[in-house]
Design a protein around this ligand. Structure first.
Ligand code: RIB
Ligand code: CA
Length: 333
């Protein structure tokens, strides 16, 4: 897997579908996707809030931002039918704490999320990039329903899992814990995966200076400033981190059009990533092999790394990422 894929994939606008659970940082990711690429649709997944809530938020956000983008509702529960984990502690019970967007006028796409993705990928074979910023349930279902997706999709960026501290559990991130079996299906699918873990994404936050810039912007920027302030307050209260993280937006920057996103914001290395599905304290963990072994043959068989299945994000230019995201949000009226 060529980890520099996102640096030189040509000059056309990247066609994107976001599969996420807005959610404050998902909302930022959606705005970035529509700014840096061609956003063909949103699949609202369960995770930060129930799928019907994230679907409503996606519709309401698109109307606020003037985005005419289809929104399809994802599965309400994980593949195994467990109750979804919740991000309400950070995003509020309605998923977008800090703002009260009007009830959306636009209806949901009549297709379920998996079918919407299959049909969109089929219509844009070899061109569509998927950005997963919530549970993997709908992508996993789509892969089972239509195995040709592996060749139809150009790439998949995933924000989820962690190679260090987690959030929903000590070493597990909400997006993978919400449906570990689904994340395992995605991780072993053979798709070109660009994977960003929570240990890296949590280090990129919008601070007071950025929030003030947004408050001096248009209606969309002011709306996001209010949501990000509430998000930041919850992060400050819980973690002592004085900033609003932009986890999901980084997954968009990973694969957005290099022409409009300064190249090199993120650095990826091919590595082996495995999702733990066994029930118990490790469920939902992502085992990421970052040992940096360069000559596996020098090791006994049982210590050799598994073949790489993802390009894993190991470094980020924080200043460039923050600037790109703030510029994207300010570009809206
Ligand atoms: O762990 C960060 C992830 O969990 C982000 O996608 C955030 O939106 C929450 O869903
Ligand atoms: Ca999310």
């Amino acid at each position: 897997m060529d980890a520099s894929w996102n640096q030189d994939h040509g000059r056309t606008m990247t066609k994107l579908v976001v599969m996420g659970d807005p959610g404050v940082d998902d909302a930022v990711a959606i705005l970035c996707a529509a700014h840096f690429g061609t956003l063909l649709g949103i699949v609202a997944t369960h995770g930060n809030a129930p799928a019907e809530v994230t679907a409503r938020n996606a519709l309401a956000l698109c109307e606020r931002a003037g985005l005419e983008v289809p929104v399809a509702r994802g599965c309400p529960r994980s593949l195994m039918g467990e109750g979804t984990v919740s991000g309400a502690a950070f995003h509020g019970s309605a998923g977008l704490a800090g703002v009260a967007l009007p009830e959306p006028k636009q209806a949901l796409d009549p297709r379920c999320g998996a079918q919407f993705l299959i049909e969109t990928a089929s219509a844009h074979r070899g061109e569509l990039v998927v950005v997963v910023t919530g549970a993997h349930t709908d992508l996993a279902l789509a892969l089972r329903l239509e195995p040709r997706l592996v060749s139809w999709l150009r790439a998949v960026a995933v924000m989820g899992g962690t190679a260090g501290p987690g959030n929903a559990r000590p070493m597990a991130c909400l997006n993978v814990l919400a449906d570990p079996e689904a994340a395992a299906i995605v991780a072993t699918s053979g798709l070109p995966l660009f994977w960003l873990g929570y240990e890296l994404t949590r280090t990129v936050v919008l601070g007071e200076a950025e929030l003030v810039r947004l408050e001096e912007g248009g209606k969309v920027a002011r709306t996001m400033a209010a949501a990000l302030r509430a998000y930041r307050e919850r992060y400050r209260r819980v973690y002592g981190i004085d900033g609003a993280p932009i986890h999901d937006a980084l997954a968009v920057l990973a694969l957005a059009l290099a022409e409009r996103v300064p190249p090199g914001i993120l650095r990826f290395v091919p590595t082996a990533l495995e999702v733990v599905c066994a029930h118990g304290p490790a469920r939902g963990m992502t085992i990421v092999d970052l040992r940096g072994i360069v000559d596996a043959a020098a090791l006994p068989e049982d210590r050799r790394p598994r073949p790489p299945n993802v390009a894993y994000a190991v470094a980020v230019d924080r200043e460039a990422a923050v600037e790109a995201v703030v510029a994207a949000i300010l570009s809206y009226d």
